[in-house]
Design a protein around this ligand. Sequence first.
Ligand code: HEM
Length: 135
Amino acid sequence: MPDGHSAERDLLQKWNHDVTAWESLTVAQREQVIGRAKADSTELSNKPADSPVARNDQDTFGKIFRRNMPYGTVTDHGTMFVGFSADQQRLEAMLESMAGVTGGVRDALTRYTRPLTGAYYFVPSTESLRRISSE
Ligand code: HEM
């Protein structure tokens, strides 16, 4: 790209959960990892520094659009993470923060789930697809 930005800026990753390690935690320990109460999903008032919200603060890194889609069976499962952004750097910075490369704190989630795949793609906007199809 002439402006130095990558055209492939949307992230797709397959994460596999360590079911045994997660199930061996108490509910209180899981709540600390997620940063929310299990019963009613309310945010914990004192979120740990290694919770996902603390590691991926969008006020710091910029906004992204994200979805997690579960896959698998009872014993072998995980999530397909997809993150859309106009700027690949935001997703890259979030991954570095989750891994503890920047900030020095590893996201607690990464102790219970690990990425098996990961790649950036270019997903055209609806507007540009409409434009092309009407040409
Ligand atoms: C197994 C994979 C992942 C799981 C299970 C997961 C889980 C979570 C959870 C539980 C939250 C807190 C949501 C809330 O309390 O409202 C969160 C927030 C977030 N995650 Fe993830 N996440 C995963 C991967 C990723 C990846 C790969 C990225 C980006 C590269 C990411 C970006 C974010 C962002 C931006 C937030 C919101 C932070 C904010 O409040 O501004 N996540 N995630």
